[in-house]
Ligand binder design. Structure first.
Ligand code: HEC
Length: 161
């Protein structure tokens, strides 16, 4: 779907930051992970913004560091844990504090969650081609070890010191 910039503001329910981002997204190239993009827009954009730019003091931007996480095994596990179990407790991203609650998305299947993370890592975060796409099996591996959002925050310390 390619929203014409003139149409985008009418379609995004009057949230100013969201409208601006949607208008910009209309000029972006087609995503490499269209299914992940659709899941992101339907489930994640409400907090992280349609282009993943984040919303001050609500939810962090996802345009840079998740791509770095994806280059390391611990980071890939952390991304899977975050979408499966959520994340809560204070975190700092680009010198800004976020202390809200990332909900869990365990109800979405492994392939859907992998595609959504790949949209973040490759389409929003522009990870280099040397980074391997996240596979459904990597989501399944974390699904087998149930934790809560506070434990995900503890685990985060090993990937974002
Ligand atoms: C209700 C708002 C909300 C929704 C919806 C939401 N998130 Fe989040 N997300 C957050 C918040 C808040 C944080 C930071 C958590 C904290 O402060 O501890 C976060 C953090 C993250 C992080 C960063 C983890 C880290 O270690 O820095 C990722 C990745 C992420 N979310 C992905 C997603 C994806 C993918 C979706 C959709 C499937 C999604 N989020 C939906 C609020 C949300």
């Amino acid at each position: 779907m390619n929203l014409r910039p003139a149409l985008a503001p009418a379609l995004c329910a009057g949230v100013l930051a969201g409208c601006l981002a949607a208008a910009q997204a209309a000029d972006a190239p087609a995503p490499a992970y269209p299914q992940g993009a659709a899941t992101f827009q339907g489930n994640c954009a409400v907090c992280h913004g349609p282009a993943g730019a984040g919303v001050p003091s609500l939810a962090p931007p996802l345009v840079s560091y998740p791509a770095r996480y994806a280059a390391r095994a611990e980071g890939r596990g952390h991304l899977a844990m975050t979408v499966l179990y959520g994340l809560f407790g204070d975190i700092v991203v680009d010198d800004k504090h976020y202390d809200f609650r990332m909900p869990d998305f365990a109800r979405l299947d492994d392939a859907t969650l992998a595609a959504t993370l790949n949209f973040i890592v490759f389409d929003l975060g522009h990870a280099p081609a040397s980074v391997k796409p996240i596979e459904a099996a990597e989501i399944a591996a974390e699904r087998a070890h149930v934790v809560d959002g506070a434990a995900v925050r503890e685990h985060r310390k090993s990937v974002a010191p």
